[in-house]
Ligand binder design. Structure first.
Ligand SMILES: Cc1ncc(COP(=O)(O)O)c(C=O)c1O
Ligand SMILES: N[C@@H](CCOP(=O)(O)O)C(=O)O
Length: 465
């Protein structure tokens, strides 16, 4: 399996090489040169497999011969041991043909654990084999950071630097990151927003000269292909649990960086019958405007009750556009270069492609709170604000009532007490037992100006020997 850049100018890499990087040297994102596809018979034969056995079937063709099959199986078997639910990704029914897929049963209570528990183990494995040390830089609006820290904290070959927007993540999210005091974990609160953090990480990949020569830079954000790969699995798992592949299903996905829904798009291209994919956004709605109206203009970032989705520049949309521009790297390079400085629109053909693949809907804070309250009143099920956006969007744009609509529940409500209590929930939702001391534990974090040179200097000064 080879991976190529969406901008067409970088050499192709194998899985191990793509795991150990982030952006391609031409500024693009890596995607598989061709996707593995599965017949309906193959998929049907997987009914009843455990989550880990299914994950092996789906992940192995992407990893190819970079990791021996037995070793990969052992890595995957170990990946989900700390999940609190025996089925790893349980489905909960809200109404007739209306479901939520709980992706928050992992150690940090968000869907990011699915990929970052695997990524940490994969990195550990290949770095030990190569006797290599690396630096990770990641940007987070709250969830990726803690999941990456939990996934990588045991890896002695990694220094991990996580940038979060100062005072713009919830207290639970911040403490999940800053109370991990290992020497190789470094939290930076940037006086800016998530996009500022993400653009500093991308700038660091575009010019790595600030790093010592012996340290490679690795991404934990969904620009790292391995993140997307691991997220494809739960689309198959949910479908198989509800009668797939014979019966098609639909998905609604709370969307920010476009990684999660892009994994759903890939699942469909790999052969899973998916009737509809709904992109659900908060008021940071560039993706909704682009999909519904070919309006790809950047608006100022708004702070919402769903802070993890407060993102303007959605990295993985470029991966989708690459396909929608018939894999023309030069066209993507031109579009994305212009996107940085001006308002752009997709070509008519690319827009038609995007529209044919997705529906979209925007949900504001008022409606988010109302949906949390409505769902709780009717079912006693408590949604977090991000998942509520998914449920509301699904209700608004679903095409067929006779097909199961599955909303990805991307976070546990206890991470976002503000939104939940605004919806009338009488107290802060309880954190699971393993986080009982979160609010007593010591925190360590460095606040830095929104300035690339300060952040890069901090990284260089704090790399452990
Ligand atoms: C809780 C939660 N929901 C949804 C999203 C959006 O996912 P994606 O960025 O993959 O679109 C994020 C973060 O990105 C998140 O943390
Ligand atoms: N919502 C994310 C933002 C980063 O997205 P990623 O999937 O590209 O890591 C977060 O919580 O950090």
């Amino acid at each position: 399996m080879k991976y190529i850049s969406t901008r067409g100018q970088a050499p192709a890499l194998n899985f191990e090489e793509v795991l150990l990087t982030g952006l391609a040297p031409d500024g693009g994102l890596y995607v598989p040169e061709s996707l593995p596809t599965f017949s309906q018979q193959d998929i049907a034969s997987w009914a009843g497999l455990s989550y880990t056995d299914l994950a092996f079937k789906i992940v192995q063709p992407f990893v190819d011969d970079c990791i021996p099959a037995d070793d990969l199986k052992a890595i995957i078997d170990d990946t989900y041991v700390d999940f609190r639910h025996p089925s790893v990704a349980p489905l909960v029914q809200l109404d007739k043909n209306e479901w939520v897929l709980e992706l928050f049963q992992g150690p940090t209570l968000a869907f990011k654990d699915f990929a970052l528990q695997m990524l940490g183990r994969l990195l550990d494995y290949v770095l030990e084999r190569r006797h290599q040390k690396v630096v990770i830089m990641g940007a987070t609006s709250g969830d990726t950071g803690s999941a990456a820290i939990q996934g990588c904290k045991r890896c002695s070959n990694i220094d991990i630097f996580i940038l979060h927007p100062h005072q713009r993540v919830s207290d639970v999210q911040r403490r999940q990151m800053t109370t991990v005091l290992a020497d190789n974990i470094h939290n930076i609160a940037v006086k800016g927003n998530f996009d500022d953090c993400q653009s500093m990480v991308k700038a660091s990949f575009n010019d790595k000269s600030f790093l010592p020569e012996d340290r490679q830079l690795v991404a934990v954000n969904s620009i790292n292909w391995a993140r997307i790969m691991a997220q494809i699995v739960y689309y198959f798992y949910a479908s198989l649990s509800l009668g797939g592949p014979l019966r098609p299903v639909a998905f609604s996905v709370p969307t920010g960086n476009f990684g999660d829904i892009y994994a759903g798009y890939l699942a469909s291209k790999m052969g899973l019958p998916i009737d509809q994919l709904v992109v659900a956004t908060n008021t940071n709605d560039i993706l909704h405007r682009c999909i519904s109206n070919n309006d790809f203009a950047k608006h100022a970032l708004a702070h919402t009750l769903s802070p993890s989705m407060d993102i303007v520049i959605s990295s993985n949309f470029e991966r989708l556009l690459f396909d929608c521009y018939d894999r023309d790297g030069a066209a993507i390079n031109d579009l994305m270069t212009r996107f940085q400085t001006e308002d752009v629109a997709l070509t008519d053909a690319a827009f038609a492609n995007v529209r044919s693949l997705f529906d979209s809907y925007k949900v504001d804070d008022e409606q988010t709170v109302k949906t949390i309250a409505d769902v709780y009143d009717t079912t006693e099920y408590l949604l977090d604000p991000h998942s509520a956006i998914g449920v509301e969007a699904a209700r608004k744009v679903r095409r067929r009532d006779d097909i199961p609509m599955i909303t990805l529940a991307t976070a546990h409500p206890a991470k976002f007490p503000e939104a939940v209590m605004k919806a009338g929930y009488p107290h802060e939702p309880e954190l699971p037992h393993h986080m009982a001391t979160l609010f007593d534990d010591e925190e360590r974090c460095t606040v830095l100006d929104n300035e690339l040179s300060s952040v890069q200097q901090f990284v260089v000064d704090n790399i452990t020997a």
